[in-house]
Design a protein around this ligand. Structure first.
Ligand code: ADP
Ligand code: MG
Length: 231
């Protein structure tokens, strides 16, 4: 678990509490939580080069310790299909970030694999004052934000408990091939929940964790955005 400890102490030494998406996803990957392939570009030429390596279409995202909600800042551009689109988006993402916060420190632009659209789920963890590390599960979009259709368990959780969490939400039928929805790989989501549980138990200094969204597929699942906040 070397990378995780190194990243957390580095973030602390810089006096930061919020990890960058690159840092959060590196930690996730170390805990076998599947994430989109990504590379941090420092200039436009690198962005185009990395896009070619990752394979089109790609997504470009602003990486800044001062911008936590990237899309609010116009810092996310999806479905870039060729080098010309990547060049255009590179400038746009930086320009939007400057408009949003002229003083924002820019680390670079993240080039990542575009995960195909699918049913979105959310896995979270919060450190409750009384109960300690607590895991959350819900379906993406309106289900969590509007309907508060979520379920919680105190960590650590077993695979059985993770499965219960998934089956407990009202929107669960949307993961079972109901009508024209796909039959999601529940086992892959269980693994993400259990590995997230392990991560927050290993690192009690994690105050909040948010894998939002995770694309759930018929085979496997992929974390598209990861946020980790330290105490
Ligand atoms: P933030 O939550 O900081 O605004 P996200 O990284 O979640 O930024 O990006 C916003 C939205 O863009 C996501 O909810 C998702 O719908 C889409 N998105 C982001 N990255 C990808 C990706 N790699 N593949 C597919 N869709 C993506
Ligand atoms: Mg997000």
């Amino acid at each position: 678990m070397n990378k995780t400890s190194k990243i957390i102490s580095q973030v602390r030494s810089e006096g930061r509490k919020a990890l960058l998406e690159t840092e959060a996803k590196t930690i996730c990957a170390e805990y076998d939580i599947p994430v989109t392939a990504f590379k941090l570009a420092k200039n436009e030429k690198e962005a185009v080069e990395f896009a070619g390596q990752i394979g089109f279409p790609v997504v470009l995202k602003i990486v800044s310790p001062d911008i936590i909600h990237k899309s609010d800042a116009g810092g996310v551009m999806v479905n870039l299909k060729n080098a010309a689109e990547v060049r255009g988006a590179y400038g746009k993402v930086l320009e939007n970030a400057k408009k949003y916060d002229a003083a924002a420190e820019i680390v670079g632009v993240l080039v990542q694999e575009m995960a195909p659209q699918s049913t979105e789920v959310i896995v979270g963890a919060i450190k409750d004052l009384q109960f300690g590390q607590t895991l959350m599960f819900g379906l993406g979009g309106i289900f969590v934000e509007l309907l508060k259709d979520v379920t919680f368990r105190i960590a650590p959780i077993t695979r059985e408990e993770a499965e219960e969490m998934i089956k407990e939400v009202k929107a669960y039928p949307l993961l079972t091939g109901y009508r024209n929805t796909l039959q999601a790989d529940i086992d892959a989501i269980v693994t993400i929940l259990v590995n997230t549980s392990k991560l927050v138990m290993d690192y009690p200094e994690i105050k909040e964790l948010d894998l939002n969204p995770i694309m759930a597929y018929e085979k496997g699942a992929k974390t598209v955005d990861a946020r980790i906040i330290l105490e």
